[in-house]
Structures are given as structure tokens and as C-alpha cells.
Design a protein around this ligand. Structure first.
Ligand SMILES: [Zn+2]
Ligand SMILES: [Zn+2]
Length: 351
């Protein structure tokens, strides 16, 4: 992986400054110009997130995607086509008579691997009994079960939103609040793909709607109050109320009273919510590399512990080496020969 060689970071850090655009808060601009927001425009549809997850876990053929994602055939065909257009997958013929095609990750798609690992790590931690999350990840090179650790590429320290510095820098042009192109998320679709009897949260539940990752981003940027989030995102209050309620329901945010008279409440990230930070950072790094994100961003993130630009690396929890896409194997729970109760206890705790 080619993270950690960002020579421009030093120059950018030195060139940082403030560009105040009237009427738009700094946080609003940071969110609007962030590579996370940009990346979400490419894969920020819950089906796209699920398809990419399945592609990293070995799915190639249409039927495999159908089976694993639970999407209808029409939806799946539509999303696969979009992902091919975005350059994340390519459609390759593997048989000529009859003509049959499969979907393979492109270089651009493969480079989302740290994002996929971050998602797996998060789901493994917060949805430990879900059958659709592979129970184990094996580092083929060292031969051990691994829990990917997302760390600072410069110093190897953990990625933690509380140990992150945000520095504004001059922006080339004014940017309006981020406005998602798609806003569909009815309460019914929000739960339907989780299965009525399941209590798990998938990353797709959080990022698969265009507003929710922006609200989580606002929380990462320190925004807690309804009015502040509303102003930053330019979001209608009824939509914000609904999405905040949903994020509280998913236990990503929690409501806390900060004033009794009048009653005022704010929204804070829970541990589970803060634990999405490595995922967001991995997504940001991908957006920087493939979507020209860094040049546009009005703020850059630095690791408080070492002072370097925050660039993620994914390391094996067992041997400490960097995890590359061809060096790991997912083991699906259904394929496991283990008996219930004999599962490796280490697989449950991903920290
Ligand atoms: Zn560091
Ligand atoms: Zn290893």
C-alpha cells in the first residue's frame, strides 16, 4: 500500500491559513470539502457499500452478490452497473459459450481495501453474532487470525477522534454546505435490509444514507447541538430530527441534557460511534488518492501524538505487518467447521 509517503503534507501544513467565507461556518466547509463527503458520493449508497463488502470477501458472480447482499436482482444489476461506471468494478467475461460475466475489483476498487477492513473490524466488534459478517480474518503471511488495526502510518498510534487535530487552510473557492444528492431513507428501508429479527448494525446502516455520514462527520468535527448541525449541513429540521433519532437508535449517538431550564439536549458520539472514526479516515484517504480530495479540502487532519498528517495504515494484530489485499482471507461463519461454543474467543474482541 502506498500510504505514508505523502510528501505534500508538510508543505500543506506550512501553507495553512484561514479562508473565511461569509455565511458558511468553518465546520460546514470542512465537511463539504472533505474527502469523506466526496467518497460518499461514490459509494454512499447502502447497496453499493454491501456489494463492495461482498466483492472484498470473494464474491464475483451476479448470483453470489444476490445471495450475500439480499438485494433484488433489479437493484443489484443497477448498482453493479453504477460501480462499473465509477471504476470500482470491471465486468469480465469468463465464459464465451454461453457468454458469462463476473465482476472484479479494479485498482481503484482494490484500494478501498483498508475501508473494507475497517468496516469488517467495526461490524465484527458491534455485530458479533451476525451470520453475514465473516467470523474470522486470517493473515496468510503470518498464518494467524488477525484483527486489523487501523493506525497512524507515521507513528503506529491508534486512530482516535479525540487524538486528532484539525487545521484549517486556505480554500480556493467558497463552498456551500454539503448537500447529498440522494436523500431517500424511509424508516422502512432503514430496517428492512437488517432483517426484522436482527439487532445488528452494519456499516451500511450508517453510511448508506447520504445524510447520516454527514451528521456523523459533524459529530467528529465536534458539533453536538441540533441548531449547529442544522446550520452546518443546511439540512431541514424534520430530516435532521429523523436522522438523529435513527442514529440514536443505532447507538451511534446519544442524547444528553446540558441544560434543565429550558430543557436543552445535545448529541454525543457513543463509543460505538467514535469507533467509526478509523472507517471515516480510511475513506478519507481513499478520496484523497482517487478523487482529488486533498486539493479541495479546507481542513486537514493531523495526528495529535506525532504531529504528522493523519494517514491510515492497516496492520495485523498478530505480527504487526501491514495487511495487503492478497495477504488476507475471510472465513465465513457458515463455512466454518467449528461447533457453536467452540469459536475462537479472540475473534469477539476486536481491540
Ligand atoms: Zn502518528
Ligand atoms: Zn500477521
Amino acid at each position: 500500500m502506498h500510504v505514508g509517503r505523502d510528501q505534500a503534507a508538510g508543505r500543506l501544513a506550512r501553507a495553512r491559513g484561514f479562508a473565511k467565507v461569509p455565511g458558511v461556518s468553518d465546520v460546514a466547509q470542512h465537511i463539504a470539502t472533505s474527502s469523506v463527503t466526496r467518497a460518499m458520493d461514490v459509494i454512499g449508497d447502502r447497496w453499493a457499500v454491501l456489494i463492495m463488502r461482498d466483492a472484498f470477501q470473494g464474491a464475483r458472480r451476479f448470483e453470489e452478490f444476490v445471495e450475500r447482499s439480499g438485494a433484488t436482482r433489479a437493484t443489484l444489476a443497477n448498482r453493479l452497473r453504477a460501480l462499473v461506471q465509477q471504476g470500482l468494478l470491471e465486468r469480465v467475461r469468463y465464459s464465451s459459450s454461453p457468454p458469462r460475466f463476473e465482476y472484479r475489483l479494479t485498482r481503484r476498487g482494490r484500494d478501498l481495501f483498508p475501508v473494507a477492513l475497517a468496516a469488517w473490524r467495526w461490524e465484527r466488534r458491534w455485530a458479533p453474532r451476525s451470520g453475514s459478517v465473516p467470523a474470522q480474518l486470517r493473515h496468510v503471511r503470518c498464518g494467524h487470525a488477525t484483527r486489523p488495526r487501523l493506525v497512524c502510518a507515521a507513528c503506529g498510534g491508534e486512530l482516535d477522534v479525540r487524538r486528532t487535530l484539525l487545521r484549517s487552510r486556505a480554500s480556493a473557492r467558497p463552498v456551500a454546505p454539503a448537500r447529498p444528492a440522494l436523500r431517500r431513507l424511509s424508516p422502512s428501508t432503514a430496517v428492512s435490509h437488517r432483517g426484522s429479527s436482527e439487532e445488528f448494525t452494519y456499516v451500511a446502516d450508517v453510511v448508506g444514507d447520504r445524510w447520516m455520514p454527514l451528521i456523523v462527520s459533524a459529530a467528529f468535527f465536534g458539533q453536538r447541538r441540533f441548531e449547529d448541525i442544522q446550520a452546518s449541513l443546511g439540512i431541514a429540521s424534520n430530516i435532521l430530527t429523523h436522522r438523529l433519532g435513527h442514529l440514536v437508535g443505532l447507538e451511534i449517538l446519544e442524547r444528553r441534557s446540558y441544560s434543565r431550564r429550558p430543557v436543552r439536549r445535545e448529541y454525543r458520539l457513543t463509543r460505538k460511534g467514535r469507533d467509526l472514526f478509523p472507517y471515516a479516515i480510511a475513506l478519507m484517504a481513499w478520496g484523497d488518492r482517487w478523487l482529488g480530495g486533498r486539493g479541495q479540502a479546507t481542513a486537514l487532519l493531523y495526528h495529535a501524538d506525532c504531529g504528522e498528517r493523519l494517514v491510515p495504515a492497516v496492520r495485523c494484530s498478530h505480527c504487526g505487518d501491514e495487511l495487503a489485499i492478497d495477504d488476507v482471507a475471510f472465513r465465513r461463519a457458515s463455512a466454518s467447521r467449528r461447533r457453536p461454543g467452540k469459536e475462537d474467543p479472540r475473534a469477539h474482541d476486536t481491540r
